[in-house]
Design a protein around this ligand. Structure first.
Ligand code: ZN
Ligand code: ZN
Length: 365
């Protein structure tokens, strides 16, 4: 087991400053983290306070199994009575509404906020910009009702960090398997030539080694992994060491999967990537079986907060959530579908297909 070394230049002074600067020194208003300034800002008197930042280092995997820093001494958990979402807010602030459904029916719970993150990808996109991106995105949704595209305004947009684990690992894999490849066989029977396709089987075995960097696994049930994958990348390689300062003006989604559970998922993802990479070396048509045994070494992790804007719109009393990557502005979410537009598209598709068939019939037959 390896000791994680302390990061030089990020000592006691910075930590003291961290706890002291939730209020503006000039006017006493609450400070917020400003994505434009990458510093704390008072929206009341425009005072900007920069703070020391440090690039975060990966932690040795063995650290995951040790007693971890609890996050509960500086944060409080709120639960939404309407949709059940759980939000972590800094101790000195209160949750006013739920970022997922907008209701103000949120209450403080006794639940603990769990493991303290060791890394954060700071917001770079402002909330105003996230709203602009939403409007542009909705306009391009061809299956959304025209009226929705014209008038959709998000009712709430909140910056809510999403917890995730990233893993680095060296892998060494022994594999074996059996693949099949089609072969055309020509035979002459009674002076007549016939050709047919037969499957030819062959065995494979070997070793494969590869390094995986920052495999990202979602740790909260609030945002689906598929959504997170669509919003990537988050530049986790340049994540900053976590500081409470990044939380001012933002919340974080409660995590529902711990680092051990997420590592299982990461191994699953790495296993699929290894299988793909190995199979790419061969020419084959079918995989009969494939077995791999992978040894992992130098496993490192980061428990990182990813910047996400969460917004919602209601349309005919139904809620539609959308998410904007707070680092690169990528957007993903659901919009209502116009039944007429979907039917028209299907009809058009059928017409195009019908046209192709007609052309084939005309020219070939
Ligand atoms: Zn101020
Ligand atoms: Zn809610």
């Amino acid at each position: 087991m390896q000791e994680t070394e302390s990061i030089p230049g990020y000592g006691e002074q910075e930590r003291e400053l961290t706890t002291d600067v939730s209020k503006c020194p000039s006017c006493g208003a609450n400070l917020v983290f400003s994505p434009e300034e990458q510093a704390l800002k008072c929206n009341h008197c425009d005072t900007v306070l920069s703070f020391q930042k440090a690039r975060t280092e990966e932690q040795d995997f063995s650290k995951l199994l040790e007693t971890q820093n609890a996050w509960s001494d500086e944060t409080t958990v709120y639960v939404c009575n309407n949709c059940g979402a759980k939000e972590i807010v800094p101790r000195e602030s209160i949750a006013r509404h739920c970022p997922f459904c907008g209701t103000t029916n949120v209450v403080e719970t006794q639940e603990l906020s769990g493991l303290k993150p060791n890394a954060v990808v700071p917001f770079r996109i402002t909330k105003e910009n996230a709203v602009e991106r939403f409007k542009a995105w909705v306009k391009k949704k061809i299956f959304a009702p025209r009226e929705f595209k014209r008038s959709a305004r998000p009712e709430t947009v909140d910056g809510a960090y999403n917890p995730a684990f990233t893993y680095d690992a060296n892998t060494f894999t022994f594999y074996q398997g059996r693949l099949g490849r089609y072969k055309t066989v020509t035979t002459r029977v009674n002076g007549k030539t016939t050709t047919r396709r037969v499957l030819e089987y062959f065995n494979i075995h070997g070793t494969y080694s590869s390094f995986f960097d920052d495999v990202l696994i979602q740790a909260s049930g609030a945002v689906p992994q598929k959504t997170l994958d669509k919003l990537q990348p988050f530049d986790t390689n340049n994540a900053q060491e976590y500081s409470q300062n990044y939380m001012h003006g933002f919340t974080a989604n409660q995590y529902t999967k711990d680092g051990i559970k997420c590592w299982e998922e990461a191994r699953g993802a790495i296993g699929r990537m290894i299988k793909e990479a190995v199979l790419r070396k061969y020419t084959y048509d079918v995989v009969v079986n494939f077995d791999a045994r992978t040894e992992y070494s130098d496993v490192k992790f980061k428990y990182v907060l990813l910047p996400l804007y969460v917004g919602h719109c209601t349309w005919h009393k139904k809620l539609y959530n959308f998410f904007v990557n707070g680092f690169n502005g990528k957007i993903h979410g659901k919009t209502p579908l116009s039944p007429l537009r979907v039917i028209l598209a299907a009809a058009l598709g059928a017409a195009v297909l019908g046209g192709i068939i007609a052309v084939v019939v005309l020219f070939v037959l």
